[in-house]
Design a binder for this molecule. Structure first.
Ligand code: G6P
Length: 370
């Protein structure tokens, strides 16, 4: 055990640090220096993807958050409608499937009972094809799907998923690009820019990992808290959800994520000096929107932890902590980059609290029974 963990105190920390490599592996031989390789999704996939008129993504847990992020990218890059749903809900509905839709299941293990059941149900629903984005080649989902895109995270031991998530995001970015390309929405220049952004992701993750020291210090502020509220907007709303999930899974602090625009519709009532607010706020088109949400939090005495970048102009004060990411990435990669400090934050809070980081109470790595 100690041999496999090497210099790291926990598997989770090791796996957090494996992300630059795992992401690079997942992109390997699927993109050249300036374009996406047609064969990335299998020999016949190009023709098939051109026929797709909409996408249904199904997953559980962290994999569901990856799907939620992909939705923004698929809609934006491919102009296709995309629904994302939790597998345990999907499988007990009677989902109506429009013509020429692609079913996508996302799963680290490929064995999660609800996701597998959803995949099987999808087999009776007349989808154009069923694609599995998965980390385990010999898994049931890989065997039972028509198309497969493997994430190449390698074995993930920590129950709280880290490298599986960022490799899923990488694979899903490839899917969004492939769909955009197949639908003629991406000229050569746009494709080259997107590929360059993806290829820079491992380095950007490395740069984010450099923030470990300040984040460890920041974690001390959360150790004695009982609640935390995560906020994000747009593609960073699911990033906030993933941050909240990490924190609750391993530190047992009650954490919820809200789309920042929903603040006024309820959670603002919870804000006082005992409720830390953790915001994912990169300088993108929604920066000013989230900035004004955070002003409202501040006006009510809440303590703010803001993950942003150098351009955002957030200034620290006695109740505002700002962590600026050195490389913020673009729309395809920012979600993965901003996930890194949230993983580190959850990790260090858990270590300070002395919980069993790699095996949190009551949780399992792979949920193979309902
Ligand atoms: C469990 C794990 C999570 C994971 C979820 C879905 O809850 O603890 O880390 O995100 O299952 O697992 P899957 O293997 O389908 O991605």
């Amino acid at each position: 055990d100690a041999v496999e963990r090497g210099e790291y105190r926990h598997y989770m920390l090791k796996e957090i640090h494996e992300q630059p490599n795992a992401v690079a592996e997942t992109l390997e031989e699927r993109v050249t220096h300036d374009h996406l390789l047609a064969a990335a999704f299998g020999p016949d996939a190009e023709r098939l993807l051109a026929e797709v008129e909409g996408v249904h993504i199904i997953a559980c847990g962290t994999s569901y958050h990856a799907g939620m992020i992909a939705r923004y990218q698929i809609e934006q890059l491919a102009g296709l409608p995309c629904n994302v749903e939790i597998a345990s809900e999907y499988r007990y509905r009677d989902p109506v499937v429009p013509e020429r839709h692609l079913f996508v299941c996302i799963s680290q293990s490929g064995e999660t009972a609800d996701t597998l059941a959803a995949l099987r149900l999808a087999g009776e629903k007349g989808y154009l094809a069923r694609l599995a984005i998965c980390n385990v080649p010999e898994s049931s989902m890989v065997r039972e799907s028509d198309l497969v895109l493997m994430t190449r995270a390698g074995p993930e031991i920590g129950v709280a998923s880290t490298k599986a998530f960022t490799t899923q995001l990488s694979a899903l970015a490839l899917l969004a690009l492939a769909l955009g390309k197949a639908h003629g929405r991406l000229d050569a220049e746009a494709e080259a820019n997107a590929v360059a952004e993806l290829r820079a992701l491992p380095t950007a993750i490395e740069a984010a990992l450099e923030l470990d020291g300040p984040i460890e210090k920041l974690a001390e502020h959360l150790v004695h808290r009982h609640h935390a509220l995560f906020l994000g907007r747009g593609v960073h709303y699911p990033v906030a959800m993933e941050g909240a999930l990490k924190l609750k899974e391993i530190s047992y602090i009650h954490a919820e994520a809200y789309a920042a625009g929903e603040l006024k519709h309820g959670p603002l009532a919870l804000v006082d000096e005992d409720m830390p607010i953790i915001a994912v706020a990169p300088s993108d088109a929604l920066l000013e929107k989230i900035r004004s949400n955070l002003e409202e939090v501040r006006a009510r005495g809440g303590e703010l932890i803001v993950f942003s970048d150098a351009e955002s102009g957030f200034l620290p004060d006695e109740r505002t902590h700002v962590i600026a990411l050195p490389r913020a990435g673009g729309p395809l990669t920012a979600p993965a980059i901003f996930t890194i400090p949230l993983q580190l934050l959850a990790y260090h809070v858990a270590v300070h609290k002395g919980t069993d980081v790699d095996k949190p109470r009551n949780l399992a790595k792979s949920v193979t029974v309902e």
